[in-house]
Write a protein that binds this ligand. Structure first.
Ligand SMILES: Nc1ncnc2c1ncn2[C@@H]1O[C@H](COP(=O)(O)OP(=O)(O)OP(=O)(O)O)[C@@H](O)[C@H]1O
Ligand SMILES: [Mg+2]
Length: 339
């Protein structure tokens, strides 16, 4: 359902606060309903249309594990993965709301990465079924999963160190130039595609502040820049759902703020986001919905505030991470200053 990925308001554009000095003095305007389909003459608009919709829709959803949601893009049932005698994942029912930012949290070894691997075809469950955007996804290989619109990044980044940053991006393009006999017979056709892919890659590198590095080996990037590159590469195929496995791990504070902005901007573009994160502060600030996993199971889910203020969740599942300041805006403001 490609139309689901289109912004509901054509005129809605993400505004880069840094790009316009006016943006720094003017309050962003959030009430799309008031303006209808386009902002008044001379005004720019920060679209939070999807954020507002998701907040509204999820406000009425009960905070309990496996709860049904109004408009799920991914629905998993009875997904079990065992390693020897140990059950790494045992998810009875789980839904991810379309256009939302869902955080998947839980202690080390809870099964979060294994769950990502299963959903994206990198691993096969012992039992289970799942549907992505209405389509059965079991037995679909990772490449086809990605083409279908579900793309993930890895906890340990998988950029190709000996390829340039730009070539890494081009690897994420859905149609590789010259792929297949037919195409190779019509060079004009693939040259056009190649040019389009390159333009798209450069636009994304620009957005992710990596454009100056495009000809450098990816191996020369810092850990944080690799995370950005992986995220940018994941967007090359216009995914409907992006699954980010610890996008903030190893990222320095200055880049963290920019990563947060990127994740929020993904939602504004109509992309659904599922992310695994130990940084509770980040979860609290950007997630529309939080799911807690422990020992392979979904043990709690709900609005961030409700879930993360629940003493049972904090004690049992967040453990050592619970003493991180849970909601101090000053922390993020501090990061902005460093950016
Ligand atoms: N290939 C594998 N073979 C055997 N055991 C595995 C394998 N992959 C994961 N496990 C085990 O499955 C459990 C879940 O691991 P997983 O990596 O999914 O946890 P996680 O929630 O992502 O943890 P972390 O927060 O540390 O990344 C762990 O006990 C892990 O040791
Ligand atoms: Mg993991």
């Amino acid at each position: 359902m490609a139309e689901n990925n289109k912004p509901p308001v054509e005129a809605a554009q993400r505004k880069d606060a840094a790009a316009s000095p006016a943006a720094q003095v003017k309050e962003p305007f959030y009430d799309l309903a008031k303006w209808g389909t386009k902002p008044p003459e001379g005004e720019e608009l920060i679209s939070t249309a999807y954020g507002d919709k998701v907040t509204r829709d999820l406000a009425f959803v009960e905070n309990k594990p496996g709860v049904h949601k109004p408009d799920p893009i991914l629905v998993a049932d009875d997904v079990v993965r065992r390693f020897g005698g140990m059950t790494a994942v045992d998810v009875g029912h789980f839904e991810i709301e379309r256009h939302g930012i869902t955080a998947l949290i839980g202690p080390n070894g809870a099964g979060k990465t294994t769950f990502f691997n299963l959903m994206t075809g990198f691993d096969t469950p012992d039992t289970g079924s799942w549907r992505f955007d209405g389509r059965d996804m079991q037995h679909v290989n990772p490449e086809h999963v990605a083409r279908g619109g579900m793309v993930r990044t890895f906890q340990l980044t998988k950029v190709m160190s000996r390829l340039s940053v730009l070539d890494n991006m081009l690897l994420g393009a859905p149609d590789q130039p010259g792929e297949g006999m037919f195409r190779s017979l019509f060079p004009g056709m693939w040259r056009k595609k190649e040019r389009e892919n390159r333009e798209k890659a450069e636009a994304l590198l620009e957005r992710f502040l990596l454009i100056k590095k495009k000809d450098d080996f990816a191996g020369s990037l810092s850990g944080g820049q690799r995370k950005l590159l992986e995220m940018a590469r994941a967007l090359m195929c216009d995914p409907k759902l992006v699954m980010l496995d610890e996008p903030m791990a190893g990222v320095n504070p200055a880049l963290k703020q920019s990563l947060l902005d990127h994740i929020i901007s993904l939602r504004e573009d109509g992309t659904t986001v599922l992310f695994v994160e130990h940084d509770i502060n980040m979860v609290r600030h950007i997630a529309d919905w939080v799911t807690v996993m422990a020992e392979g199971r979904i043990v709690a889910e709900g609005q961030p505030k409700t879930v993360m203020d629940d003493p049972a969740v904090v004690d049992a599942y967040l453990g050592a991470h619970a003493d991180v300041d849970l909601g101090d805006d000053a922390v993020l403001e501090g990061l902005e200053e460093h950016a």
